[in-house]
Design a protein around this ligand. Structure first.
Ligand code: HEC
Length: 232
């Protein structure tokens, strides 16, 4: 009886994996961008030992899992929606304090998700630690409006919120063909006005796509970067 049950569930599982890989076809490049816990402004009190959901976890999940055709609001592959705290907690079966009992972590740890290729060890550890620490809907202030150079501020925002969609050979699918993978390419979008329009939601394509609007501080850094002629 037990082994029969196991067979059924193993079959069911394979079917789901198969089904998903068909329904979410586009290939997204593997993200190896390091996610560090260093702050842009240490004294604003992001504890280096804490993984903050809104600063690190949500942007990582949105970029790697909520592209169109996957776990976005339109497709909701496998009925999993990965665009907000509530939807992640409920549809990805997060068991606060128990990463090994959380579907979200298990599929990532087993390299079943994202279908385009595994997350880095550092990214997996981040999700593990966040769940272990209670899977809280927490935020810390890691932004300093007085910084606005590319290397001091802008590149970090792009890395944490945009790069997985806006880089790599499949950027035509994942990022509408817009590359944001280096200073020159980000500057192009700054010069033509798309960058600011997209992040302050005044244009036709609000960014980050499927994610929350950036904080006022981050938008203000981008604005200053543009108005001060794109300091590197
Ligand atoms: C989940 C994937 C995803 C994320 C995350 C994302 N983008 Fe996009 N972006 C797209 C897609 C896809 C398009 C093409 C337009 C569309 O389909 O909405 C696009 C279009 C753009 C455009 C062109 C808009 C225009 O007016 O033509 C800019 C600029 C842009 N994104 C900037 C950003 C920035 C800055 C971030 C991070 C703060 C970001 N994007 C995060 C997927 C993403």
């Amino acid at each position: 009886m037990k082994s029969k049950l196991f067979l059924i569930s193993a079959f069911h599982f394979l079917f789901l994996v198969q089904f998903f890989s068909v329904s979410c076809k586009h290939e997204i490049p593997v993200q190896v961008t390091p996610i560090d816990s260093t702050n842009q402004n240490g004294q604003n009190g992001c504890s280096p030992d804490t993984v903050y959901f809104n600063n690190k976890v949500l942007p990582l999940i949105v970029q790697n899992c909520a592209q169109s055709g996957c776990h976005d609001a339109t497709t909701m592959a496998r009925n999993v929606l990965l665009t907000s705290y509530t939807s992640i907690m409920t549809t990805a079966d997060v068991d606060a304090g128990r990463p090994d009992n959380s579907e979200l972590y298990k599929v990532i740890d087993r390299n079943e998700m994202p279908p385009s290729g595994p997350l880095s060890t550092e990214q997996k550890n981040m999700i593990y630690t966040w769940i272990l620490q209670g899977a809280k809907n927490n935020t810390c202030n890691d932004c300093d409006t007085s910084l606005y150079s590319y290397s001091g501020a802008i590149s970090k925002t792009i890395r944490d919120y945009c790069i997985a969609c806006h880089s790599g050979p499949n950027v035509g699918t994942t990022g509408g063909g817009i590359l944001l993978d280096n200073y020159d390419n980000v500057r192009i979008q700054g010069v033509n006005g798309s960058l600011l329009r997209s992040v302050n939601h005044s244009g036709p394509y609000p960014m980050p796509k499927s994610g929350n609007k950036l904080s006022d501080c981050r938008i203000s850094q981008i604005e200053k970067w543009i108005n001060n002629n794109f300091p590197n």
